[in-house]
Design a protein around this ligand. Structure first.
Ligand SMILES: Nc1ncnc2c1ncn2[C@@H]1O[C@H](COP(=O)(O)OP(=O)(O)OP(=O)(O)O)[C@@H](O)[C@H]1O
Ligand SMILES: [Mg+2]
Length: 371
């Protein structure tokens, strides 16, 4: 059964992306949230409540449609080309498949040295040194599942892998697959993998894997019951020894909710914990997100690091933005432009509580030890 917590999370992500001016990312979340709400409504015995929930779902779908139009108008499709532009299979067939050429490098990602090393070993070196990989019998390609709290850089890593390899990134959106507004899900999966196989180097990134392959089969819609085996089959069909790379990366905030079938050998068989940033990584995060802004010389990054234990990368980015907002607003309303002060940043830290609670973070750490 879909839960309100799942609904809430999807809706929040959709609305946040929408408000961030990113309708392309917002749309799948909104559709999935609507889908989730419809499922909740379907099992609600109270007719009045049910009607309200259906109405709410319809509103989210409306917003998703607006996002689609906004995405097209803003030229979003230019940076994220659609697959199968011949479009023989109707407009829906290519709708949820996006391909990107990301420009994020590993150096842009603070901390996570273990994770980076693992990825270099598994994904980057074998591909960049195919002869050596062949000599030592190291497979090229394969699958890796990243799990950890929100905002720790999982999506960034997937993009960096594609960027470092100069590969094309294909993004599978479970929201779109599950949506009953997208017909022909199986055809779409096949199209996506076919398109990826035609590329010399491709990274297939599947976000929110747990939504696609939840452990409880009975919670899956009919579409999922047909589509998941097909995805697993496609992953296993990866030609691992070929001189072209086809990598499969998954990300999840709920590794414990994942069907174990997904992490069997030949699938997402490597799992890696993407934790909250340690002090060194937080230092780097402040350098990245404050370093290029005008700062008072007395801003002591070590102090900021101390004050932000438990903050995610995304939280620190938000702190930096909030800290810059104060002097910016002052200068907009006529004040003399001034640097960002230590007080600005400390206030921003207080006003931006960490998005991940210590007990949530601990749950990942415990899962990493045990699973
Ligand atoms: N380690 C990091 N280094 C630099 N920036 C980071 C890092 N972690 C997070 N960020 C910032 O936070 C934003 C969110 O990160 P990202 O989308 O990669 O998180 P995520 O782990 O995929 O989160 P979710 O689980 O919610 O999908 C990024 O755009 C980036 O600006
Ligand atoms: Mg992500």
């Amino acid at each position: 059964m879909p839960t309100f917590a799942t609904f809430q999370r999807l809706k929040d992500k959709g609305i946040a992306a929408y408000r961030n001016g990113d309708p392309i990312s917002a749309r799948p979340y909104l559709i999935q949230a609507a889908e989730c709400m419809l499922d909740i409504a379907a099992s609600n015995n109270n007719p009045a409540e049910r009607e309200q929930q259906e109405h709410y779902a319809a509103e989210l779908i409306d917003l998703a449609k607006r996002c689609e139009r906004a995405g097209k108008q803003s030229g979003g499709v230019k940076t994220r080309d659609r697959v199968g532009s011949d479009d023989d299979n109707g407009p829906d067939a290519s709708d949820w498949i996006v391909r990107e050429k990301p420009t994020i490098h590993f150096d842009d990602i603070a901390g996570l040295d273990d994770v980076k090393e693992e990825i270099f070993l598994k994904m980057i070196y074998p591909f960049n040194h195919p002869e050596l990989a062949g000599r030592y019998g190291i497979d090229v390609g394969g699958g890796l599942l990243m799990y950890g709290p929100p905002g720790t850089g999982k999506t960034m890593i997937a993009k960096a892998v594609a960027c470092e390899l100069d590969a094309t990134m294909f993004v599978i959106s479970p929201a779109q697959i599950m949506s009953k507004w997208v017909g022909e899900a199986e055809q779409n999966i096949k199209k996506l993998f076919d398109a990826a196989k035609q590329e010399a180097k491709a990274v297939i990134f599947m976000d929110e894997v747990e939504a696609l392959v939840p452990a409880r089969r009975d919670s899956q819609s009919n579409v999922m019951q047909r589509v998941v085996p097909q995805i697993l089959q496609e992953i296993e069909g990866f030609d691992r020894k070929a001189d072209r790379a086809l990598l499969f990366l998954g990300a999840t905030n709920e590794p414990w909710a994942l069907d174990p079938a997904m992490t069997r050998p030949g699938r997402l068989d490597e799992k890696t914990h993407v934790p909250l940033p340690d002090p060194e990584a937080r230092f780097k995060l402040f350098e990245i997100y404050l370093g290029k802004r005008p700062m008072d010389p007395d801003v002591d990054f070590a102090r900021l690091v101390e004050e932000t234990a438990g903050y995610s990368g995304a939280d620190i980015k938000a702190v930096a933005h909030r800290a810059a907002t104060r002097p910016f607003l002052e200068s907009v309303s006529g004040g003399a432009p001034r640097n960002i002060s230590l007080a600005d940043v400390l206030t921003a830290i207080v006003e931006t509580p960490p998005s991940v609670s210590p007990s949530q973070a601990e749950r990942y750490t415990a899962w990493a030890r045990g699973g």
